[in-house]
Each structure stands twice: as C-alpha cells, then as structure tokens.
Write a protein of this length. Structure first.
Length: 346
C-alpha cells in the first residue's frame, strides 16, 4: 500500500472539475483495503470510495482518505442451463466489460452499453438503460466492510435495488442498520446472463433503429451497436466535454398526475411502468422549461440532450450545483415535480 498525498482529481472525475485528494490509496487487491484499515493514521480516518468518477460532482478538495478502486479481472464463473455467471473486478471499465461478454458469446448486457463508469459502481447506482437495469442481470457481489475489514457477499435481495438505488446509497439508521453508504468497498460483481437470450426492445429509440434497418429480430450485437450509436448521437464524450451523463433521475408519477400534465402539455414524454406508475422523461421536462443550451458560469445544459449538464471549461462544482438547483426550481414551478439528481455531491 502506498498513500499518495495532494493528488489532483481532475482526471479522476468525468466532469473534469479541478480538485485534490489530501490522501489517495490505489486499491489493486483486497489486501490494500486491510492495509489502510490497519494503518494507525489512515485506519481511523473517514474514507471515500472512488471508481471511475463518472457519477460525482466535486465541490472542493476531498478531505477523507480516497480509496481509488483499481481491481481488475474478468472470468466465467459458471455455465448453467439457465445462465452464464460472469464475474468482473470492481475496477473494470463497464462498457469494456459489456463488449467483452458479447465477444465471448454471453449476451444480456447489450442494452447497457456505453454507460460510463466502472463495474463496481453498477450495483450501487443500479444503472439502467433501454429497458434493462443491473438488478435484472445481477447475481451477487463481494465487498469489504470499511470499519472491520471483514469481507462479505450480497445477493440481489440483500442489495435492496430500486430505481437508480441500492443499499449502498443509504446511511444505516434504525435498529437494523441496513444502509451501507460509506461503509463498504465493492471488490467484484457477478452477473447472471439468462438463457435463452431474449432481445429487450420497446424503447422508442430502439424501435426507430429497427424500422430504419428493417431488422425485425436483431441480434445482441446489433442491439449493442444500436445503443452505442444512439448514445453517441445524444450524449457528449466526457473526454471532450466534461459531464456525468444523465444528471437527473426520470421521475415517476401516478396516472392521475400524468393525466393532469398531459392535459396541459400533451407532448410530454412518458412510459407506463409495471407497477402502474408513469415514468416521465426528465430531459423533456427540462427542455420544456427552456434550459437546453443555457449556462451558469462555465456549467451548462448540453445542446443535444437537456438531461446532461456539462463543463464548458473550468466549471466548478459550485457552478454545476447552482445550475442544477435552478433547473429543479423551474421544473417544480411548472410541473409540480421535484427532480432528484443522480450524481453524488462531494
């Protein structure tokens, strides 16, 4: 274990915000975590787990000890009649992992192509796109308790998945103390890719691709290519324009609330959910409030997709959050809906 001091974090967050870590330790094997916990100086200090930095907004230098997750490795754990069980280290790039599974002939993650970040963050956020969420393909994960150093395993039920939510996003409270926010570091994640494979279509953008290409029964690889093309057309490359992908969660409302909004704004983009609720497109709501292309300082709303906030060059975390709060106010005043940010604010 090597503790680095005063480490620049601009290249470690996809927004490209300038900040520094007072202390940073690169976790390349599970023993590195135990070494930190055993250290008389670092052990008692607060910890901050950093993966790909694609879902955070840094509002200043990071005082807690930064544990930079760089655990790698990919393997097929089991090939059963019902599924391929595939495992990846928490520090593996998510998109690269998705592409690798397809190359091996194990489909099932293609709808989640090009989501930025690392494998370890995927269950924390319960990432999802185009009709598939991680919880739909999740098998289990291994993690380590950042207080005791004890390793543990969680299955899907124990992760308490919700829409862009999991047990890792909640602080422990009450007699059960179930929340794991800030208390654990994920080491590796396993996914169950179901057999037989079935294409997940139905989203408007994918249906358009099917119509454009004339391919009625696309393969997993074709869906992967379609998703990549759609995301490239809509979303900026963080290497070119700093961003954290979708900044707000798509809100859900009751059918009655949706009907009220449709009566006032018939073009509102909405999707019925299995539980009877209605999901609204947050990007459409933001665009309807006139925010697309607008800026606060050097933080702006992307011209091609209002759901994405961008760093136009030198934006601070404070500017990003000022812009985000202004958007939330506009949407609430017009639609009566409170948008919830996806990124973690540090």
């Amino acid at each position: 274990m090597i503790a680095e001091r005063n480490v620049p974090l601009q290249s470690c967050n996809s927004f490209g915000i300038v900040a520094r870590a007072q202390t940073l330790v690169r976790v390349r094997q599970p023993a590195d975590v135990q070494a930190v916990l055993d250290d008389p100086e670092l052990g008692p200090a607060p910890k901050f787990v950093l993966g790909g930095g694609s879902n955070i907004v840094l509002t200043g230098d990071v005082r807690p000890v930064v544990l930079k997750v760089e655990l790698t490795g990919r393997r097929l754990v089991a090939d059963t009649p019902k599924a391929w069980i595939v495992e990846a280290g928490a520090g593996e790039n998510w998109h690269d992992f998705v592409a690798w599974t397809l190359e091996q002939g194990w489909p099932g993650l293609e709808n989640l192509a090009m989501i930025p970040g690392m494998v370890g963050a995927s269950p924390v956020q319960n990432i999802g796109a185009y009709g598939v969420e991680v919880q739909d393909r999740f098998e289990s994960l291994d993690a380590v308790d950042l207080t005791t150093g004890q390793a543990f395993t969680l299955d899907a039920a124990q992760c308490a998945f919700g829409y862009r939510d999991s047990i890792f996003k909640h602080a422990s409270s009450g007699p059960n103390g179930l929340g794991l926010a800030g208390k654990a570091l994920i080491l590796r994640v396993r996914f169950a890719l179901p057999k037989p494979w079935k294409a997940v279509l139905g989203y408007l953008d994918l249906e358009r691709k099917r119509t454009e290409t004339g391919i009625e029964a696309p393969s997993a690889r074709q869906i992967f290519d379609w998703v990549c093309a759609i995301r490239r057309a809509k979303l900026p490359d963080p290497a070119v324009i700093g961003n954290a992908g979708s900044f707000f969660k798509n809100p859900t409302v009751t059918p009655e609330q949706c009907a009220d909004i449709i009566a006032r704004d018939p073009k509102v983009v909405h999707y019925p959910m299995p539980d009877g609720s209605i999901k609204l497109a947050a990007g459409w709501l933001i665009d309807a409030c006139g925010w697309k292309g607008k800026s606060v300082g050097q933080a702006g709303v992307y011209e091609k997709q209002a759901l994405v906030l961008v760093n136009r060059g030198g934006a601070t975390g404070g500017q990003v959050m000022t812009l985000a709060r202004a958007i939330q106010t506009s949407v609430y005043e017009r639609f009566g809906i409170r948008l919830e940010p996806e990124p973690v604010v540090v």
